[in-house]
Write a protein that binds this ligand. Structure first.
Ligand SMILES: [Zn+2]
Ligand SMILES: [Zn+2]
Length: 202
């Protein structure tokens, strides 16, 4: 089994009006979260916050360069990229929602998500040994069998000139070509998802 890690940066913004008599400047509040997201085989993952930081800023304008500069000052990674995303979102809100008037209050959540995904053996291509085993030991002749279908291409297997494979564990039947195309992506039965193991050497 293999663990694949990927980094995702999520930026969520909420733009609100400020009471005019209370404030005369725009306010930008940025919360930075570092999260680890673990996905186990049944996809029920746990989210663990590691660190959160609150930045209260009063910029003169919501330009990408200004926001990036403020983020850089707070040692936030990828400040330029995040600054651009925040500025774009704020400007989009201001054009879309005509009720918004500066000065505004902007609440931003930046989440650095490290996604760790457990890759099961059935989610990777079948190994050479699996293909070899299927060809050598699981080719079947359907002559005399009752009518049956290859559920990958929905064709009648008994009328086909192609080689036919019967899966070792679940006994599901497919055209060899149809099945091998599937197995080059996932090492499992296309119908019931049971894992296809390579031959156990004695
Ligand atoms: Zn087929
Ligand atoms: Zn099956």
């Amino acid at each position: 089994m293999e663990i694949v890690e990927s980094d995702i940066i999520e930026v969520k913004t909420k733009v609100m009006n400020l009471a005019l008599n209370m404030e005369s400047m725009n306010i930008l509040a940025i919360y930075v979260h570092n999260l680890i997201q673990d996905f186990t085989e049944d996809e029920s993952g746990a989210v663990t916050p590691i660190r959160s930081r609150y930045i209260h800023l009063e910029p003169h304008g919501f330009t990408p360069s200004h926001i990036s500069e403020l983020l850089r000052g707070q040692q936030v990674n990828e400040s330029q990229h995040i600054g651009e995303r925040i500025a774009n979102k704020i400007n989009r809100s201001l054009t879309k929602d005509r009720t918004l008037r500066e000065p505004i209050f902007v609440n931003v959540h930046v989440e650095f998500v490290k996604e760790r995904r457990l890759v099961l053996p059935s989610e990777v291509p079948a190994s050479f040994e699996v293909f070899q085993r299927l060809v050598e030991e699981h080719r079947v002749d359907l002559k005399g069998d009752k009518e049956t279908q290859c559920s990958i291409c929905i064709e009648d297997l008994s009328k086909s000139q192609q080689s036919i494979i019967k899966m070792p564990n679940c006994l599901h039947i497919f055209h060899q070509n149809c099945l091998f195309e599937w197995l080059s992506q996932k090492n499992s039965c296309p119908l019931c998802r049971s894992f296809v193991q390579p031959r156990i050497k004695k």
